[in-house]
Design a protein around this ligand. Structure first.
Ligand SMILES: O=C(O)CCC(=O)C(=O)O
Ligand SMILES: [Fe+2]
Length: 332
């Protein structure tokens, strides 16, 4: 029998536009979730179900392309780490086996003449698309734009939740860093040991992650008490979690908690999930928001830009490739 969900569900109906009547109520729920595990579901979130369903279809088409096609478009051949990543290429938990997952990465299509593209910032680089799936770029761009709109609204609700003006974080949005990942988790092999994970325990690095997951389940979230709870798939919902940029931005008021994936209950089927990672503009300063640093106490984190924060995080799991992560900031 399915168990009751253990993470809060925020109903975004009547809270999706600035000033919408339920915004304050949702902001209160946001604050409670953000001070607890930093994870919650959203429902009536405004992203069409058909768009999400199409994205899962595309995920399966992409991640079952012949291995030679995927290898030719590997992220190893991309200075911006976009394209396919092979099974076991990432180890999110250094104490576990390499992750039992394969994925496809893409990002927003910024024009060639955009200063950050010209500066060679990894998060603004070029996508690699397989010729076999000609609709993939348009589909992914539509999906990313819909998730970006929802992310921007969630940042406004977060501002309200911190007793800040609703548009407080809008200034940081600028040219946002967006990464879309389509992930396929094969079932765990028989006899897999306890160090086997689809995704090892980790926190996300950026601001917000908006996750669409299929019906198999497998995502587990570490609560502040140290218990692991299932983020059970609920129809019509997305799972939202805060990444490490948010504790930095709120001086530790809001949390980014560890989570992991084990595809053990799918009856031998592959599990698919689609995390969308939202981060603000590369040069946005990440300094504690008003009211989060007690007078006379030093802030918990060094101030930095969003891009520098991500670079530091990236170095943790991709150290060898990270040499090409990004050059220095462009001169003003
Ligand atoms: O697939 C999932 O459910 C979670 C994936 C995840 O945590 C990540 O990509 O950061
Ligand atoms: Fe994650």
């Amino acid at each position: 029998m399915p168990t009751a969900p253990q993470l809060p569900i925020l109903d975004l109906h009547d809270a999706l536009t600035p000033g919408a009547p339920r915004s304050a109520e949702v902001a209160r729920q946001f604050r409670a979730a953000a001070q607890d595990s930093g994870f919650f579901y959203v429902r009536r979130h405004g992203v069409p179900e058909a768009l999400i369903a199409q994205q899962f279809t595309l995920a399966e088409q992409l991640l079952t392309l012949p291995p030679a096609v995927r290898e030719a478009l590997s992220i190893r051949h991309s200075p911006s780490s976009r394209g396919f990543e092979a099974l076991g290429a990432q180890t999110l938990d250094a104490n576990a086996h390499p992750d039992l997952k394969e994925s496809f990465y893409c990002g927003l299509a910024y024009p060639e003449e955009h200063p950050y593209v010209r500066a060679g910032y990894q998060t603004y680089g070029h996508n690699q698309w397989p010729a076999q799936l000609p609709d993939a770029p348009t589909q992914c761009e539509a999906y990313m734009q819909a998730m970006l709109a929802l992310s921007r609204r969630l940042m406004q609700l977060m501002a309200l939740s911190l007793d800040l003006p609703e548009n407080y974080f809008d200034a940081a949005d600028g040219s946002p860093m967006v990464t879309l990942r389509l992930v396929r988790y094969p079932p765990h092999p028989p006899g897999a040991d306890e160090h086997t994970f689809g995704a090892g325990a980790h926190t996300d690095w950026g601001a917000l992650t908006l996750l669409a997951q299929d019906h198999h389940g497998g995502l587990e979230v570490c609560t502040p008490s140290g218990d692991w709870v299932d983020a059970t798939p609920l129809p019509g919902t997305l799972v939202v979690n805060l990444g490490d940029m948010i504790p930095r931005w709120t001086n530790g008021c809001y949390h980014s908690n560890p989570h992991r994936v084990r595809n053990r209950h799918s009856g031998g089927a592959a599990r698919y999930s689609i995390p969308f990672f939202y981060e603000p503009d590369y040069l946005a300063p990440i300094t504690p928001v008003p009211g989060t640093v007690a007078p006379g106490t030093p802030p918990l984190f060094e101030p930095c830009t969003a891009g520098e924060h991500l670079r530091q995080m990236y170095l943790k799991t991709y150290a060898p490739q990270a040499k090409t992560w990004a050059p220095t900031a462009p001169s003003p």
